[in-house]
Design a protein around this ligand. Sequence first.
Ligand code: SF4
Length: 382
Amino acid sequence: MEVTHSQKRSQMEALSRRCRVVVMVYDCLIYLYDVGVGFFYPRLYLNPFISFCKVVLTNSLNKVVTYSPAYTLVPTYECFNRCAYCNFRADPGESPWLSLSAAAAELRRLQSQGICEILILSGEVHPQSPRRQAWFQLIYDLCELALSLGFLPHTNVGPLSWAEMRSLKKVNVSMGLMLEQLTPQLLVHKHAPSKLPAARLQQLAMAGELGIPFTTGLLLGIGETEHDWWETLEAIAQLHQSWGHIQEVILQPYSSGTQEAWAAVSFELNQLPQVIATARQILPTAIAIQIPPNLVLEPSLLLACLEAGARDLGGIGPKDEVNPDYPHLHYQKLVEILEPAGWQLEPRLPVYPHYDNWLPEKLQIAVEQWRTQFQHQLIFQI
Ligand code: SF4
């Protein structure tokens, strides 16, 4: 979106004011250090210390909302399920698979653009299909490729076997699978065998056993009852009590699209803040509630969702592959909505800090580099 000259000027003035405050604090600490009072904290630690203070301060004001600068790679749109609300799938054999060379070219183009997360999002090849192994290998190779080019992969490709999950843990900083709804009665899933709630619950438990930081969520408005929402959230909370691995829960309103078979009325968005508020009571506080801002539509509703307890906007990138009719809001547009209401929009990694030490060493090093980069960004933005 076009930013006017006066908007730019007021942003620069706000930034300048914030920078002056940081410089003053920094100067005070240097002074204390020089007169000997600061011998407890060598200069080397001053920058991280200031950044830490800023994070503590803004979090204590509870006005921080995060997003993940992300880009989605789709190995294939083909899927053996037929969810009635799907705006993504193609019939098996009807969607060419992404080649590694095409993916490499795409990823190289994204380097140095501030994108951190590569979301690997795929339609599913049936577990019994002779093509399953090739499909899985492509997903694994795409993750490795993304890592080798400096990105952090997060894979969400439907239910996987134990061996597949264990293998992908080596090349993913986190993974995801929407639980959607716990009730098995939904007509929209009549032709979607992998949407069996029991299989998906099992997948979430597997992720816990394997120590994989995990994202899950609910799809709201696909024929379930209100009671189903609370039951689904309770189930997620219980899984988290056992394994402590759920880092965020997405509350995704069903939003009708132009490519789906169902074409039902979208979820009644005015209900979303209340759903968030109740979810906040059910879920452990360590789990962030995520809402997709492009599906919320109204700025006032987005702010109401934050007031109700949502604290994350998920991956923001050029295209929402699952809801292609609802383009992501540009970063600047989000800031214009959030800042006047006192909210600070901050980038985050696809893995939350308290899970860093769950990761294989190679991934920990990659994550650490991104954390340092984001930390410097935060210091500059104060
Ligand atoms: S929603 Fe996912 S599982 Fe269902 S048909 Fe679409 S791609 Fe397949």
